[in-house]
Design a protein around this ligand. Structure first.
Ligand code: COA
Length: 326
């Protein structure tokens, strides 16, 4: 896809490997500028890692786009497709080139891509206090849908004696399960949140790019839940890990199951030498909030989800932890 605008002399095109360094630099400048502009904080935001960008590009090659002005890359956007659900993030424009329509062109191209891919739910998450971002998305037809939490827990200082495993639950790691069975279980569990939602590609590419591990929760041999734990650096020097995705079958989504799978996720992160765990999820999920609070997690931030198309229905019976933060 190549879109030209004479007025801006702008080309929106597919990102390629030769763009990675410029894209990392755009991100560093755009986010550092955002913190000083919106929050009066002098903060040098670290660059994204090459691994992070290469992972996104491999996962969705036609959904990672750059804006080029006079031959120079000045902005970028990354789309993520989870079955019928599509979202984009991050989107970034060099501070020197902002407010001239480049962000809107990138977002418009991202939305077209997700529509072409047949997504019935399309949206994004942003910081609710950034008036510019919320106005920009509202002007493009996006409607605020819900708040999401970012919870955090320091891991190193909470490494107590390991409690015994429950008798009725067991763990399998991704490499211990036949890959086709593993991905089929992920698809089945995703569709319990919403028909058409499918996390299997996210899981498959995460494992291909060595971003962490997938833990399967078993009961009587049946896989009843999974957790995708990121233990890689998404940005330079970050010692963080995250529970990127967690779904537990509605019939087994109790406090014990959630607590056990979170504990196993934390152990995986600690084994990989990570010092903090992040979890993002819908603020309406009080059961998850109370289970995580009991494990020592505290609120670090909030985002607002804004929808361009469709909606994910609430299914209070499912333990479902994730966000659309890229
Ligand atoms: C968000 C971002 C990508 C937008 O890129 P951009 O090229 O500046 O965006 P555009 O020029 O296409 O559009 C900006 C819109 O915001 C509006 N805007 C700018 N400042 C505003 C303010 N203070 N209040 C309200 N609206 C504002 C502009 O008027 C314009 O809308 P309009 O054309 O309807 O008038 C860019 O600001 C950025 O990189 N920010 C840092 C990273 C970030 O926050 N990314 C988004 C995370 S969800």
């Amino acid at each position: 896809m190549r879109l030209f605008s004479r007025r801006l002399n702008l080309l929106v095109r597919r990102m390629d490997a030769g763009d990675i360094e410029e894209v990392r630099e755009i991100g560093r400048k755009a986010w550092s500028d955002l913190y000083s502009r919106e929050f009066q904080q002098t903060l040098e935001v670290p660059r994204r890692t090459r691994q992070n960008i290469a992972f996104y590009m491999d996962k969705e090659p036609d959904g990672c786009l750059v804006a080029e002005s006079n031959g120079r890359v000045v902005g970028d956007v990354f789309c993520h497709i989870w079955g019928k659900v599509g979202w984009f993030g991050p989107v970034e424009v060099l501070p020197t080139h902002q407010n001239s329509g480049i962000g809107k062109r990138l977002i418009g191209s991202a939305m077209e891509f997700m529509e072409r891919r047949g997504c019935s739910v399309i949206g994004l998450e942003t910081m609710p206090e950034t008036v510019k971002n919320v106005s920009l998305y509202a002007g493009l037809g996006c409607v605020p849908d819900r708040m999401t939490y970012l919870l955090e827990k320091g891991l190193a200082d909470r490494w107590h004696a390991r409690p015994p495993d429950p008798d009725d639950m067991a763990l399998s790691r991704y490499r211990e399960v036949d890959e086709a069975d593993a991905l089929a279980a992920v698809s089945r569990l995703s569709s319990s949140v919403m028909p058409g939602l499918d996390y299997s590609a996210e899981v498959m590419y995460s494992m291909k790019h060595g971003t962490g591990d997938v833990l399967f929760l078993r009961k009587s041999e049946e896989i009843v839940g999974f957790s995708l734990v990121y233990t890689y650096n998404t940005s330079e020097g970050s010692g963080n890990s995250s529970i990127r995705l967690m779904v537990i079958d509605p019939a087994h989504s109790g406090h014990r199951e959630m607590d056990y799978l979170v504990r196993l996720s934390e152990e995986t992160a600690m084994e990989a030498g990570r010092s903090r765990m992040h979890v993002r999820f819908y603020t309406g999920n009080y059961r998850a909030f109370s289970a995580l609070s009991a494990r020592g997690y505290t609120i670090k931030g909030t985002n607002v989800r804004m929808l361009y198309r469709g909606k994910i229905p609430e299914n209070e019976a499912v333990c479902h932890l994730t966000s659309w933060a890229g």
